[in-house]
Design a protein around this ligand. Structure first.
Ligand code: NDP
Ligand code: 2IT
Length: 440
């Protein structure tokens, strides 16, 4: 860790992600000399390469705007680099390195042949016209295209990159290369996208909670739930939780959260989807339509008493204090839809209380898993009906849960440390492939 801090100064998010992964791995590799001999941990914490570039574009007023774009190609030991693109003003190298590092273990956990990567830009799509977003995406891809390919590196969406942005990015890739291949995932249904990809992260995160609860003979049915975020992951988590009989009390965006004591049912969710995806509006508009609800400006939802929590917005949105509040209020399960939403001290609090805690690299792996299925369909030049990716997603989430039990369960099956389980299970496959390649 000292070396990681020294080699990566001022990158706290990256340090945090490395610490979370390496803590359980130190114990696991203690009596496995080959991992030491070949310096696997040191090598796995150094990205294969970091690509940084200028993104220059023209706004609607004719002014010139300059942003910075990146692609972190972290590790391709078990497959082509794979991972999303994030467009958000907070994006920097530390955040993308943590995401690419996490992605490497997450992708391995899915059991599909995908390496780890992540990219994005410090561009803020909020308040920009469609054509500004299009020009930004075209300029971004004009550089990125030389570094990606369907067997090299396959980007997808993340915060600020949804169906619209993927369309513009893919359109520019196709224009530049004359190719029509599976170089991006999350594509539209009319040009190579997979059914269920849009829903996959939120659904998968809910299935993971369902698996954790089932291991204790329990279910989501009848439980009160807190969800944060109101983007792609949050929306489909709410949809699936509600379908499974849970009652979702909250959602949030960067301005605050809404609390609806009657629950956010399918009709209210449809309103939120229209508000966020089409009008690109703010959640603060919700209580004017659904009168019993309240908007809490500048606050996070973790103070509302509930049994289950699904953080689906962004990193470090769950502090130690938030975790303690959830526990005091009787929370029995947390499934992380976002990447690294809980601070290290919050994770420690959940583990100490022995509640069901599904860490992001296991709980939100459904999204990239269905991206992997999209790649398969594109390579085979075919398109599956909805049932196939839907069933495969459920099976993959069950398999991930089993892999976590394999490395994080106790013999009496009374408590599973899913953090230990996910990290070790994700690590072993990548590390063994690296051993096979020798010193490269
Ligand atoms: P979206 O852009 O669709 O939604 C992001 C949501 O989080 C919005 O409600 C946004 O609010 C809120 N948010 C973003 N940044 C902040 C912040 N700094 N503080 C408070 N709220 C914030 O992104 P996704 O739903 O795709 O991604 C959400 C999380 O899930 C991220 O951590 C992402 O890495 C992770 N993830 C996504 C996957 C995917 O398939 N899309 C797969 C696996 C993980 P506002 O509208 O105000 O910006
Ligand atoms: O964090 C993630 O797993 C994603 N943003 C999805 C990545 C992908 O390639 O589908």
């Amino acid at each position: 860790m000292a070396q990681v801090r020294q080699d990566n100064p001022r990158q706290p998010e990256f340090h945090q992600a490395v610490f979370e992964v390496c803590k359980p791995i130190f114990a696991f590799i203690k009596d496995k000399p080959r991992y030491h001999e070949y310096q696997i941990l040191r090598r796995i914490t150094e990205p294969d390469r970091i690509i940084a570039f200028r993104v220059c574009w023209e706004n609607d007023e004719g002014g010139i705007e300059v942003n910075r774009g990146w692609r972190i190609q972290n590790n391709n030991a078990i497959g082509p680099y794979k991972g999303g693109l994030r467009f958000h003003p907070s994006v920097n190298e530390s955040i993308l390195k943590f995401l690419a590092f996490e992605q490497t273990f997450k992708n391995s956990l899915t059991g599909l042949p995908m390496g780890g990567g992540k990219g994005g830009a410090n561009f803020d799509p909020k308040g920009r016209s469609d054509h500004e977003v299009m020009r930004f995406c075209q300029s971004f891809m004009s550089e990125l295209y030389r570094h990606i390919g369907d067997d090299i590196d396959v980007p997808a969406g993340d915060i600020g990159v949804g169906a619209r942005e993927i369309g513009y990015l893919y359109g520019q890739w196709k224009r530049l290369t004359s190719l029509h291949t599976g170089v991006l995932t999350g594509k539209g249904q009319s040009y190579g996208g997979s059914l269920i990809r849009q829903e996959a992260t939120g659904y998968g995160c809910t299935y993971f909670m369902q698996e954790m609860l089932a291991s204790r003979g329990d279910s989501i049915d009848g439980k009160t739930c807190l969800v944060s975020g109101s983007g792609n992951v949050a929306q489909f988590a709410v949809e699936k939780i509600t379908e499974l009989g849970g009652k979702v009390l909250t959602m949030s965006d960067s301005d605050g959260f809404i609390h609806d004591p009657d629950g956010i049912d399918a009709e209210k969710l449809a309103f939120i989807m229209e508000l966020k995806n089409v009008q690109r509006g703010r959640l603060s508009a919700y209580p004017a339509v659904f009168r019993k609800a309240r908007h809490h400006a500048g606050k996070r939802p973790w103070g509302v008493p509930a049994q289950l929590a699904f953080p689906c917005a962004t990193q470090n949105e769950m502090s130690h204090e938030d975790a303690c509040t959830l526990l005091t209020n009787g929370c029995i399960g947390v499934s992380e839809g976002a990447n690294m939403p809980s601070e290290l001290a919050a994770i420690d609090a959940f583990l100490a209380a022995k509640i069901l805690f599904g860490p992001s690299k296991a709980a939100n792996a459904g999204g990239v898993a269905v991206s992997g299925l999209e790649m398969s369909q594109n390579s085979a030049r075919m398109r599956w009906k909805e049932q196939t990716p839907q069933e495969l997603l459920q099976q993959i989430m069950r398999d991930i849960h089993e892999r976590c039990l394999g490395h994080g369960g106790t013999r009496d099956r009374k408590f599973t440390n899913y953090v230990t389980g996910a990290n070790i299970a994700g690590f072993v496959t990548v590390a063994d492939a690296m051993l096979a390649y020798g010193i490269v």
